[in-house]
Design a protein around this ligand. Structure first.
Ligand code: MCA
Ligand code: AMP
Length: 510
């Protein structure tokens, strides 16, 4: 079983049909296959073998897609990295994963940004450079020096295809090992549930370094033989025009993007009549946004629920009248869910419990972290850390009701407070810090921090604290607001009571 094989064989049915239109430029199914062949030839020539980790830190571009499918076709493992990660973050991912090769954009390796020179065991290939490490010169050389006959597909269902790093409530980020079985079964399940066909045109506006943009949208589109219309950035007005001009039928996004989409649509009032389905996930969609979107555009957004470790778990039904605000629907084919109490017993229908998941979608564990893997399961059931309840009167429909894990979701990106608190505490003036999410109509939640300064520290402003974080953390994890407190509120056991910290503006005192 091999995901690249599945996707590339699908392209054989459609030779000249555009598989992808990237920023207006079409790539036919044949182009896609040919390019993946070139890139797998390059990887092979550079010594990449089955199981090797291939790190890709590129913006949303065709090279990313070619490399990803090429790595999978050789049985290697794609490690997608957010281009906004800074040097410290990238260093950790590369070292922890033992990546053999990094494909990186030339913008990111400008002097002063990365210093990867001293890592002799890591090959670095730079997109956008004509030097010895440049991607284009290397592709040419590989063509001259090797056979060019490279699709191997020698993987079994349980071989790892993707290594996706997720943070957690404790410790450093963990690499979730996602297998070919996970990817193949999930993409087939979504195709069936969302009635996805080769007549569809998907407008793709999400980043491709996460499951949503990479697996749900991109793999899904290629698997169905539909055309994937790809744009590097989400510009609401431009994309609304694209829907009209390119007769788009499917759109997938996080609630923040729907918020912006709706604002732009109210101004433009563009034609959405080609649209078949709007799908949302990665973060809770408010009832207000669901209803406003419906009353403005006439479409009921189809909400689905997933996680990096499990791919997609549940989805609302395709039939519009069966899509309910606040509900994430029913388990996908091949997926089972159970709601359990803290002691691990099943809760009664209607009662809140932690969502646990079993099925072909569940990852095989965290890279080189057997204990963390064990801790994340109740027997065979993966513990999501999400709380939910099921409606007995509606075929056990699932509703999410918060999280047992301490997690902020900002614009669809996850932020674990602990990671930000640790960075804040590295500041020479900070005694202790508590990070929490403040609700925001556009981003869902935004990161905010309450800080206690050391007794004799130099004065420091919230702007300085934010700048300090920006040097050490990717942008969406940095606090947007910082307040200074004399002490953090604690309970009798000494545990910080974050719910008592009120952060509404800059520099307020507790
Ligand atoms: C950008 N900024 C953010 C975020 N994104 N701050 C907090 N949270 C964010 N999510 C910062 C920028 O760094 C910038 O900071 C400022 O906000 C304004 O940037 P803006 O231009 O508005 O941002 P953008 O580039 O337009 O991005 C907004 C976005 C983006 C399009 C909503 O966040 C996004 O693509 N989100 C999708 C995330 C996603 O795909 N998640 C899927 C995870 P400054 O002003 O300081 O420069 S997979 C998953 O969750 C599971 C599997 C699932 O179920 O799908
Ligand atoms: P990630 O670790 O990036 O894969 O994020 C997974 C988390 O996103 C889940 O554990 C949920 O908390 C959240 N999530 C995903 N889809 C939804 C949704 N439709 N509604 C609410 N939360 C969601």
């Amino acid at each position: 079983m091999n995901l690249a094989k599945l996707l590339l064989e699908k392209q054989e049915h459609y030779a000249n049909k555009p598989a992808i239109i990237y920023e207006g430029q079409p790539y036919s199914c044949k182009d896609l296959k040919d390019e993946v062949k070139n890139y797998s030839n390059l990887l092979n020539w550079l010594g990449i073998k089955k199981g090797d980790r291939v790190a890709i830190q590129l913006p949303k571009c065709m090279e990313f897609i070619f490399l990803h499918l090429a790595a999978l076709s050789l049985g290697a493992v794609t490690l997608p990295l957010n281009p906004a990660y800074n040097q410290e973050e990238v260093k950790y991912f590369l070292e922890d994963s033992g990546s053999k090769i990094l494909f990186v954009d030339h913008e990111l390796v400008q002097p002063g940004r990365y210093n990867l020179e001293n890592k002799s065991d890591l090959k670095v290939v730079v997109r956008g450079s004509n030097g010895a490490k440049g991607l284009v010169p290397l592709l040419k050389e590989a063509r001259i020096h090797s056979s060019g006959n490279i699709y191997q597909y020698q993987t079994g269902p349980d071989d790892t295809a993707l290594l996706c790093y997720t943070s957690g409530t404790t410790g450093r980020p963990k690499g979730a090992m996602i297998t070919h079985r996970n990817l193949v079964t999930n993409t087939l399940a979504l195709q069936e549930k969302w009635k996805w066909t080769d007549s569809d045109a998907l407008l793709h506006v999400l980043p491709i370094f996460h499951i949503h943009g990479l697996c749900v949208a991109l793999h899904g589109g290629l698997n169905a033989g539909s055309t994937v219309i790809l744009h590097e950035k989400f510009d609401p007005q431009e994309r609304l025009r694209a829907i009209e001009e390119m007769k788009v039928t499917m759109f997938m996004a996080v609630p923040t993007i729907y918020y912006r989409f709706l604002q732009a649509w109210r101004k433009l009032n563009s034609d959405l009549s080609s649209m078949r389905v709007f799908i949302s996930g990665s973060a809770p969609m408010s009832k207000e946004l669901f209803e406003e979107f419906q009353s403005a555009t006439g479409f009921r957004i189809l909400e689905r629920y997933g996680m990096t470790e499990t791919q997609m778990i549940t989805s609302n039904p395709y039939e519009e009248e069966r899509r309910l605000p606040g509900s994430v629907g029913y388990p996908l084919p091949g997926v089972q869910i159970r709601l359990v109490s803290e002691s691990g017993n099943d809760v009664r229908p209607g009662e809140i419990g932690e969502v646990c998941i079993k099925g072909e979608n569940v990852f095989k564990g965290y890279w080189q972290m057997p204990e963390k893997t064990r801790d994340s399961f109740f027997g065979e059931w993966f513990r999501s850390g999400d709380l939910g309840y099921q409606d007995e009167k509606d075929e056990m429909r699932l509703y999410l009701a918060g999280r047992s894990k301490e997690l902020i979701i900002s614009g669809g990106f996850n932020v674990y407070p602990k990671e930000v608190e640790e960075v804040l505490c590295q500041h020479e003036s900070v005694q202790e810090a508590a990070v929490t999410g403040i609700s925001d109509s556009e981003y869902g939640e935004k990161v905010a921090a309450a800080i206690v300064l050391k007794k004799y520290s130099c004065p420091v402003t919230s702007e300085e604290i934010i700048a300090f974080c920006k040097e050490r953390l990717v942008n969406y994890k940095c606090p947007r607001k910082v307040i200074f407190l004399k002490a953090l509120p604690r309970n009798a056991m000494g545990k910080v009571q974050k719910h008592l910290i009120k952060i509404t503006g800059h520099n307020e005192n507790y």
